[in-house]
Design a protein around this ligand. Structure first.
Ligand SMILES: Cc1cc2nc3c(=O)[nH]c(=O)nc-3n(C[C@H](O)[C@H](O)[C@H](O)COP(=O)(O)O)c2cc1C
Ligand code: SF4
Ligand code: SF4
Length: 338
């Protein structure tokens, strides 16, 4: 029997869950083929059709699989009746002596819907809670707590694998809250992940090693004049910021402020720009909606590239490197070497 595992991972939790589940199936004499899904590795689709079971492992990012994962799932080979299982790694924390589980929202369910569109049958779907790695939003848990949360994630992944191997189908019903979180997940894939990438700055400690660009699973970083530049292809997986060998990548507090100011100016302009009185009422309404819709487009196509270009010019770089997360811990799953 053959198990194909395809995983997407920012900081190694999903890679860990994938390896753990693969190990359990190997012990049962299954042949296990594990591959990473990255934009620059097209062969992740190879080998999925002749497997008896396909397992997908990936993190929840804004209640969604990453945009890279969604694009991959849209192009996965069609297999009517092909069996698939999904394990979504979520972000847990630790407080008052116990671990707090994460919540993947629509993430595993969206992946299941995309698989079904391609003819696959999703027999099992579950979540495993590992340490939260969203360093742009919060300080990851300290090491001793992270170890406890990892134990929990491993136990959940292991129980999932045992159920899967035993033929039981863990496929909880999609709740209303999960469905509602689907709206947030659309916004995150469309705009949120791109916005977060516009805040990255490599500070003065950057050694120009280029590791971040080589290791980005979305191919979102290019090196320009020895410094990383982030593009809007970023999935916001937080790999680069957590794993940079010198901890040089910051999420800029100054850029947050500048983006906010630009967004307010663009929003005011969208409401203030006069629409000709001679237009009929419905045409005026449509023109106003178009103007409002134009402001985020301008924010991403003009403001973000301009600030991104300034972020690699030395005096600006120093100012832009000011960051609320400078002293935050960096998180990497134990042993993960992408
Ligand atoms: C941008 C971003 C958004 C996230 N959104 C969620 C979320 O919606 N729910 C959740 O439980 N964890 C969330 N997390 C935490 C990760 O899903 C969690 O840490 C996961 O285990 C990381 O897996 P990885 O190491 O394979 O990337 C988010 C992390 C990032 C970076
Ligand atoms: S930001 Fe970090 S990983 Fe990227 S080039 Fe600089 S030192 Fe290397
Ligand atoms: S740029 Fe960084 S956060 Fe964005 S996809 Fe690449 S590694 Fe992940």
């Amino acid at each position: 029997m053959k198990l194909a595992i395809r995983y997407h991972s920012g900081t190694g939790n999903s890679a860990r869950a994938a390896a753990l589940i693969g190990g359990q199936f190997s012990a049962l004499a299954w042949s296990v083929d594990v591959r990473e899904i990255r934009r620059d590795l097209p062969d992740a689709c190879d080998g999925v059709l002749d497997a008896d079971l396909l397992l997908l492992a990936f993190p929840a990012l804004g209640f969604s699989p990453s945009a890279t994962m969604v694009a991959w799932l849209r192009g996965i080979p069609r297999k009517t009746g092909g069996e698939a299982a999904i394990i979504c790694c979520t972000g847990g924390d630790y407080a008052k002596g116990s671990s707090i589980g994460g919540w993947g929202g629509d993430a595993p369910y969206l992946a299941a819907r995309l698989l079904r569109k391609r003819g696959w049958v999703v027999t099992a779907l579950g979540e495993a809670s590992y340490p939260v790695n969203w360093i742009q939003a919060m300080n990851p848990p300290e090491q001793s707590y992270a170890r406890e949360i990892i134990k929990r994630g491993d136990a959940e992944a292991s129980a999932f694998a045992a159920g899967l191997a035993g033929g039981s189908s863990a496929n909880p019903r999609e709740s209303l809250a999960r469905r509602v979180s689907g709206a947030v997940s659309v916004l995150f894939r469309l705009a949120g992940r791109r916005f977060f990438s516009t805040l990255f700055v490599a500070d003065a400690t950057c050694t120009s090693c280029g590791w971040c660009a080589r290791s980005c699973p979305a191919g979102a970083i290019t090196m320009k004049k020895g410094l990383p530049r982030w593009s809007l292809r970023c999935d916001s997986c937080n790999r680069c910021v957590n794993l940079c060998p010198t901890g040089s990548i910051q999420s800029s507090s100054v850029l947050i402020g500048l983006h906010l100011v630009a967004a307010i100016i663009l929003a005011i302009a969208a409401f203030a720009v006069p629409v000709p009185e001679s237009f009929p009422g419905y045409a005026r309404a449509i023109a106003r909606i178009l103007l409002i819709a134009l402001s985020p487009v301008l924010q991403f196509s003009l403001v973000a590239p301009l600030l991104g270009a300034l972020a690699v010019v030395n005096p600006f770089r120093r100012v832009f490197s000011r960051s609320f997360m400078k002293d935050f811990r960096r998180y990497r799953a134990p042993g993960f070497r992408p």
